[in-house]
Design a protein around this ligand. Structure first.
Ligand code: CA
Length: 236
């Protein structure tokens, strides 16, 4: 699918040539010729990147930038005149990702667009990876609070979810019953191994193929539990 670039620029000649070139490069391009229309469309069209001129009628580019950044992390490249150094600095402080100084070659702008899109993609990927815990065929999507075993979504009540999250955050490490209890339940509550053991049993029923011979959540006798990431033949 083509990436959507939204160009907010009131100078028709510049807008036309940028639009033409980016479309030739395989992008989908939308345009607006003033700040108010630009802001409205930016909110509804979900572009992958915004190219924003700073000198715009009705609402300045800086105001558009400030407002967009409050609401979204969409990458923004600002277009500035050579004499607009202060505005450019303010634009970057407001959260613009890069700038291009007029007059510019469309080729230079295209290179910046690609670089900014690449950076945005990498940081989104890094963020997603941080929010995913995975071991064997069990994964937890922390942001969406979703657990899957194999391809199958598994619904876990809050305490079981928190318990699994804690265990999987320390894969292959033995966690004491006390530590688990304090982490998952209110740490001021009375330490109650019975409650913990019952939740471990329920959790095993949800994620283990054979809950009586758990592959993931192993009991470490007299101590606590351990989430085993790598499958082996030993069963505790
Ligand atoms: Ca302008």
């Amino acid at each position: 699918m083509a990436q959507k670039i939204f160009l907010i620029e009131d100078e028709t000649a510049i807008a036309d040539s940028v639009e033409y070139s980016l479309e030739n490069e395989g992008f989908e391009v939308m345009t607006a010729a003033d700040g108010v229309a630009g802001l409205t469309a930016a909110r509804t069209a979900f572009p992958d990147l915004i190219i924003l001129d700073l000198m715009l009628p009705r609402l300045s580019g800086l105001d558009v930038c400030r407002t967009v950044r409050k609401e979204s992390s969409v990458p923004i490249i600002i277009l500035t005149a050579k004499t607009d150094e202060v505005e450019r600095v303010v634009g970057l402080e407001l959260g613009a990702d890069d700038y291009v100084t007029k007059p510019f070659s469309v080729r230079e702008l295209t290179a910046r667009v690609r670089a900014v899109l690449r950076r945005a993609k990498n940081s989104a990927q890094a963020q997603n990876e941080m929010q995913l815990l995975k071991a064997g065929n069990v994964s937890i999507d922390l942001a969406r609070r979703r657990v899957t075993v194999g391809e199958k979504p598994v619904h876990l009540p809050l305490k079981q979810f928190e318990l699994l999250k804690t265990l999987m955050s320390y894969q292959d490490k033995v966690l004491t019953r006390e530590y688990l209890f304090q982490n998952v339940w209110d740490s001021d509550a009375n330490y109650d191994t019975g409650t913990l053991d019952v939740h471990v049993r329920w959790l095993r029923e949800k994620i283990e193929k054979d809950p009586s011979r758990p592959r993931y959540i192993r009991t470490v006798r007299g101590v606590g539990y351990k989430f085993v990431a790598e499958a082996d033949n030993k069963q505790n």
